[in-house]
Design a protein around this ligand. Structure first.
Ligand code: SF4
Length: 177
């Protein structure tokens, strides 16, 4: 194979094999393409979450097909369904057990706002407890909407400073009204 030496002293072969980038950008690129979801299915929206994992929608295109049921192996929590106060502390505990950096998608009207349940028993949005990165509207949202949220989350991760400490302050559980 013929190699040409450039004025900078490198060879043509090296130039074709090497990519120059910022470390931050490389880390973000790796993170965004290897998201391991923690499926937090709490009600009917969870059925759509399960459907998203089926071959028809092929979530593996986005590198997020490895659904984990262990918080220590997950970095994106997908809260799908009605968050009752009874479950809220369990959701918070699982979130706390996930290592940083981590992200959260609120899937559906209930997880985003409490949905139709303006009730003393239902948390009016999981963002009262966890920092939410992307909200998905709908009752229930289609799997395509969740994939769209995943793409939006990937874009957000790509903009984050990869080496920054992303740990966020935990929220207090709000009192039932
Ligand atoms: S948003 Fe609709 S489909 Fe989803 S959990 Fe609430 S009631 Fe069920």
């Amino acid at each position: 194979m013929t190699q040409t030496t450039t004025t900078a002293g490198s060879t043509g072969q090296l130039e074709s094999d090497a990519i120059i980038t910022r470390l931050d950008a490389a880390i973000d690129w790796i993170r965004k393409n290897s998201l391991w979801p923690m499926p937090m299915g709490l009600a009917c929206c969870a059925i759509e979450l399960m459907a998203t994992g089926a071959s028809r929608f092929d979530i593996a295109r986005f590198g997020a097909e490895v659904m984990r049921f262990s918080p220590r192996q997950s970095d994106v929590m997908i809260v799908s369904g009605t968050v009752t106060y009874k479950m809220a502390l369990a959701v918070k505990r699982i979130w706390d057990q996930m290592p940083d950096p981590k992200w959260c998608i609120a899937m559906g009207a209930c997880a985003s706002t409490g949905g139709m349940y303006r009730s003393y028993a239902v948390l009016q949005g999981i963002d009262r407890l966890l920092p939410v990165d992307v909200y998905v509207g709908g009752c229930p949202p289609r799997p395509e909407a969740l994939l769209d949220a995943l793409i939006k989350l990937q874009a957000k991760i790509q903009r984050e400073p990869g080496l920054k400490n992303l740990k966020r302050a935990p929220a207090e559980l709000p009192k039932a009204s």
